[in-house]
Design a protein around this ligand. Structure first.
Ligand SMILES: O=P(O)(O)OC[C@H]1O[C@](O)(CO)[C@@H](O)[C@@H]1O
Length: 449
């Protein structure tokens, strides 16, 4: 067992031969060169590559100070944001902290409850969250790179009003933290006008690559996780991705393997986990790969399953449905907690054969059995081994996925750093809402409804 996050395609050997990897190696190394020399499409959005070793130290220490203040004066933190301004923080907190973070006793958690909002337009969700906050002290971290995204802007309007009613405008301003562009956008203007403490999403870091900026770091720090170790892990992931030869370079091999499989008709990648705490890492990964690669009528559709739960729902399809899938399993090698099964005097549930074994042994047996079953069902299985759950390993894992994504996008022949397709629904929504400037589209759409 390695003490690093590693990529393993040994279980896919019946689907991919050595010479295919050899042929893809050259293309992959070329794609890596395009990425690191910053000569490819979207090269003005490559600030994430060096972030783990070259970040704003002054801002990093302000993030820690702000986190300490929120921990000391708030029972609840609201994190308002969507997509890349939401998923990284949630992924990290759910991965690193208690499975029942918000409901476990404060003496165990020791930090504020953290709720995410502004990632839907549900008035029910917002109203219920207002009830959860009740009359407790709270702070807001409003996150939007553009500063104009509708979902978080709507939530912010509601919770800003709630906060100003509770504390008055001046004290409320001291409880609102804005993470946005350094100069542009309505959120930046509002923050300057109202005097909110502000953190920057660098111009050259796109939303889905921003988890290691203040976007992710402030909420993660409030949760009590160690952001220094997170950055150290990412720096280690960066060193390996930038410097290792192809044979020792897990990020490059992952990019190569998924593109070999795509060219064999495997157009869907299912990211599978066996730990509920990994669920939001998959959600973050789906945006990373979906927005980066799904364009020009190309790409691998990123899907995810939480196992073993989904073996009892989606398992049938993975085993036996259309053979357009490959699976990438995130294997958390060492469970954070251990439960040893006891012996029953009368073996009514028939589980005495497992007495003395750990629940994680059962989980790993399910995982290993499933990898073989799905492989037998002609679903190539790739595996990412994570030795244990900690900040360092998460940093390595996040960077591994980001670097592989950039390389994979260039292998596919797309610009991995834009997302033109997300504008279409926005235009229609603005037209239907009656936003000034959208009058002509509104008439057209109303006729079609
Ligand atoms: O941080 P912002 O500008 O609110 O954007 C949130 C998300 O919305 C998108 O722009 C898509 O509309 C994503 O790329 C981004 O992560």
């Amino acid at each position: 067992m390695s003490n690093k996050v590693t990529f393993d395609y040994s279980k896919a050997s019946q689907f991919i031969s050595g010479h295919e990897v050899e042929l893809m190696k050259k293309l992959t190394l070329d794609a890596k060169e395009v990425l690191v020399s910053k000569t490819g499409a979207g090269n003005d959005f490559l600030g994430w590559i060096d972030l783990p070793v070259d970040y704003d130290k002054e801002e990093f220490s302000r993030i820690k100070k702000a986190a300490a203040k929120i921990q000391s004066d708030s029972e609840v933190l609201l994190v308002i944001g969507i997509g890349g301004s939401y998923l990284g923080a949630r992924a990290a907190i759910e991965f690193l902290r208690h499975s029942f973070y918000n409901s476990v006793d404060k003496s165990v958690r020791k930090t504020p409850e953290i709720y995410f909002v502004g990632n839907s337009l549900s008035s029910t969700y917002i109203k219920h969250l207002i009830e959860v906050i009740g009359d407790r002290d709270f702070s807001i971290n409003m996150i939007s790179k553009s500063g104009t995204t509708t979902e978080p802007a709507i939530a912010f309007r509601v919770f800003k009003e709630m906060m100003e009613n509770k504390y008055g405008k001046k004290e409320a301003a001291g409880r609102i933290y804005a993470t946005t562009d350094k100069a542009r956008g309505s959120l930046k203007n509002l923050a300057t006008e109202e005097g909110y403490e502000s953190f920057v999403v660098p111009d050259d870091v796109g939303g889905r690559f921003s988890v290691l900026t203040a976007v992710g770091l402030l909420p993660i720090a409030v949760s009590g996780a160690d952001i220094d170790r997170l950055m150290e892990g990412a720096a280690s992931g960066r060193k390996r991705a930038m410097e290792a030869s192809f044979e020792d370079n897990d990020a490059l091999k992952y990019a190569a393997l998924r593109n070999i499989l795509l060219r064999k008709g495997k157009t869907i990648e299912v990211l599978a986990n066996y730990e509920p705490g990994v669920h939001y890492v998959s959600e973050w990964w789906k945006q990373l790969y979906g927005e980066s690669e799904g364009k020009d009528q190309k790409g691998i559709f990123p899907a995810s399953v939480d196992l073993t739960a989904d073996l009892h729902s989606m398992g049938q399809f993975i085993q036996d449905g259309a053979r357009t899938l490959f699976e990438t399993v995130i294997d958390i090698e060492t469970s954070r907690e251990e439960i040893i099964l006891g012996t029953e005097a009368v073996d009514l549930d028939g589980l005495n054969y497992l007495a003395g074994k750990t629940v994680d042994f059962v989980n790993k047996s399910a995982m290993n059995g499933t990898i073989l079953a799905h492989t037998d069902g002609n679903v190539p299985n790739l595996i990412i081994h994570v030795p244990e759950v900690n900040e360092f390993n998460l940093g390595e894992l996040l960077y591994f996925f980001e670097f592989a994504c950039g390389v994979s996008g260039y292998l596919l022949g797309v610009n991995p750093f834009d997302q033109p397709g997300v504008e279409s629904y926005k235009k229609n929504m603005f037209a239907l809402l009656g936003k000034p400037g959208y009058e002509a589209q509104r008439e057209e759409l109303l006729k079609r409804l």
